[in-house]
Design a protein. Structure first.
Length: 310
């Protein structure tokens, strides 16, 4: 069993419109845009990062907004829900705020003893805010959400799978332990993580596979402290039979990727070097930052990429 994985690092999803995406995550959810860059493999598409003040691992939601992309269809083999942690007593504030911004499918519910509010973003992607009393992570409050309501980071992610057996085995190998079960949902958690330590597996044997598009999670990334730990994880996964990519430099972290038995793409990302490697903390997310190999495209990209307000 691995002990290097420290919970979630980031989540990366697909969107249809960069400005709409930016507005929802900064002005509605109150997160900070910590990086404005481009997709390494498609530099004519933004890669936008939102999180706390410095983009701490376990707080960062990232997006590829592809203009004219079709909307994804929900199903199995995907991350069905991303859950943020908020303080106790804050859901009334969030219910009013999200209703005012016409967020989709608002619903209050109890989930494994946690009071939470579920909703959809403009692309139809599933989210929830869970009231977590013991979360001491510092929130970002620069976009108008007060500290006693503000998002602390991720709490968990929920996977929808036709068969959750192989995924449960993989999570166990990655250091997660089963902590609870309710109906067809099994909860796993890793100790001493980023604060975003929980994964829920929902078994849906009769549900068709999902189709990726706007509103779909592209991949889920798990955190390791550094490159040495990442190489240990990579070797262990490959020794177990997984096909893992070489280490890829993503400028703000190093990444490896592999497909899981349930169809969800996993990434293992380092906590180093961080989002302040090319911008000071006060100005994170303001300038367009380009990977070195795409810097020669700057004049074209600055002319053709959709301007983002704020």
């Amino acid at each position: 069993m691995l002990n290097q994985i420290k919970g979630l690092h980031h989540m990366t999803s697909l969107a249809a419109d960069a400005n709409e995406n930016n507005t929802f995550f900064t002005q509605v959810l109150g997160l900070r845009r910590v990086k404005k860059t481009v997709n390494f493999d498609a530099p004519d598409v933004y890669h936008l990062y939102y999180g706390d003040e410095v983009g701490t691992p376990g707080s960062v939601m990232t997006y590829f907004p592809f203009p004219n992309i079709i909307r994804g269809s929900q199903g199995t083999g995907e991350i069905g829900e991303t859950v943020f942690s908020v303080p106790k007593g804050s859901l009334a504030f969030w219910q009013d705020r999200l209703a005012a911004y016409h967020a989709g499918e608002l619903a209050l519910q109890d989930h494994f003893g946690e009071r939470r509010l579920t909703f959809k973003n403009p692309d139809g992607e599933g989210f929830a805010l869970a009231e977590i009393d013991a979360d001491t992570r510092a929130p970002w409050t620069g976009n108008g959400v007060a500290e006693d309501h503000a998002i602390r980071g991720f709490h968990s992610a929920g996977m929808r799978l036709q068969d959750d057996g192989a995924m449960a085995e993989l999570l166990g190998f990655m250091g997660y332990q089963k902590v609870d079960q309710a109906g067809n949902i099994t909860r796993f958690a890793v100790a001493e993580g980023t604060g975003a330590n929980t994964i829920d597996l929902e078994a849906l044997p009769d549900v068709a596979p999902s189709r990726q598009g706007a509103g779909s999670v592209h991949h889920i990334a798990f955190a390791v402290e550094d490159r040495a730990a990442q190489l240990e994880v990579r070797k262990a996964l490959m020794d177990t039979g997984y096909q893992v990519t070489p280490v890829i430099d993503r400028d703000y972290f190093w990444a490896i990727y592999f497909q899981t038995p349930g169809g969800v793409l996993f990434e293992i990302a380092t906590n180093e070097p961080g989002f302040d490697r090319d911008e000071d903390t006060a100005n994170l997310g303001q300038a367009l930052k380009l990977p070195t190999q795409h810097e020669h495209l700057r004049p074209t990209l600055e002319r053709t990429l959709q301007p983002i307000a704020g």
